[in-house]
Write a protein that binds this ligand. Structure first.
Ligand code: NAD
Length: 267
């Protein structure tokens, strides 16, 4: 990766695993000072930081903070801003899932999914956007989902959170569209909307589709239901799009919700 992000800094929420870790690795390899964030056992966090550091040219540090709590997000944003001197690239990636019919969905799952998948992005953006505007360059990349564009059964809080994230991102894109310039790169706010991606998040759904068979049978059944390419995306492929959005020439690519879904939402 060319070092086009040398001198920039980034915070990727939920980058101790899956898509977030892949985005953190690629942003670091493009030169950013990288704030890794997320929960996990100490060794998982240490491994994620080592992974990102091995790819990167700049400094890498882990920041904790449970995104269900507004006060913890406040502390996280303050600590990362102090360490970076101002966040240039904010990736709201952390997210959780729980599947059940609406009438059986535990209310505490609704609260947690809305807090982590949606409200946390409001809080991080509220903090980061004004300082991006003052520097004329900023990127907010919200990892939504195809479920920010279309619904599926048994995912009421997840779909609600992702539709909300797509809507909120469009509002922020409009509010900051005229900041900065072509030369400075401007401030853009976009959502990436993946279909199925190979990460730990979807393991319970693979398991539920195995019908007593092998893991591959579960994967095949999931894909056959919704994703016409019949191929999973890999986290690195989502990361490649995130890094493209950080380029200066993407200054007019804002307010969009970009599907990476093998044709899922084309149907
Ligand atoms: P993952 O389970 O591998 O990683 C989730 C990350 O979020 C972890 O780093 C975890 O520590 C963090 N996190 C979870 N709860 C947290 C909390 N309370 N406070 C702080 N951090 C917390 O998941 P993934 O598949 O990489 O998902 C990343 C994003 O991509 C999510 O927003 C998810 O909805 C979205 N997405 C995933 C898929 C897919 O198929 N995997 C598809 C579409 C969208």
């Amino acid at each position: 990766m060319d070092g086009f992000l040398q001198g920039r800094s980034a915070l990727v929420t939920g980058s101790t695993s899956g898509i977030g870790l892949a985005i953190a690795r690629l942003l670091a390899s493009a030169g950013t000072k990288l704030a890794v964030h997320g929960l996990g056992a100490e060794d998982q966090i240490a491994a994620a930081v080592a992974d990102v550091r091995a790819e990167g040219h700049g400094e890498v540090r882990h920041f904790g903070g449970d995104l269900r709590e507004a006060a913890a997000i406040e502390r996280l944003m303050g600590d990362v801003a102090d360490w970076t001197g101002g966040i240039d690239i904010l990736v709201n990636n952390a997210g959780i899932q729980h599947t059940a019919p609406l009438a059986d969905m535990p209310p505490d799952k609704w609260d947690a999914i809305l807090a982590i998948n949606l409200s946390s992005a409001f809080h991080t953006m509220r903090h980061a956007l004004p300082s991006m505007a003052s520097r004329g360059y900023g990127r907010v990349i919200n990892v939504a989902s195809v479920h920010g564009l279309v619904a599926s059964k048994e995912k009421s809080p997840y779909v609600a959170s992702k539709f909300g994230l797509v809507g909120m991102s469009k509002v922020a894109a409009l509010e900051y569209a005229a900041q900065g310039s072509r030369d400075s790169g401007g401030i853009t706010v976009n959502c990436i909307c993946p279909g199925w991606v190979e990460t730990p998040l979807i393991e319970p759904q693979i398991e539920a589709h195995r019908s007593g068979g092998r893991r591959e049978d579960g994967v095949r059944a999931l894909l056959a239901e919704k994703q016409p390419s019949l191929r999973m995306s890999l986290p690195d492929e989502i990361a490649a799009l995130a890094v493209f959005l950080c380029r200066r020439e993407a200054h007019n690519l804002t307010g969009s919700a970009i599907p990476v879904d093998g044709g899922w939402t084309a149907q």
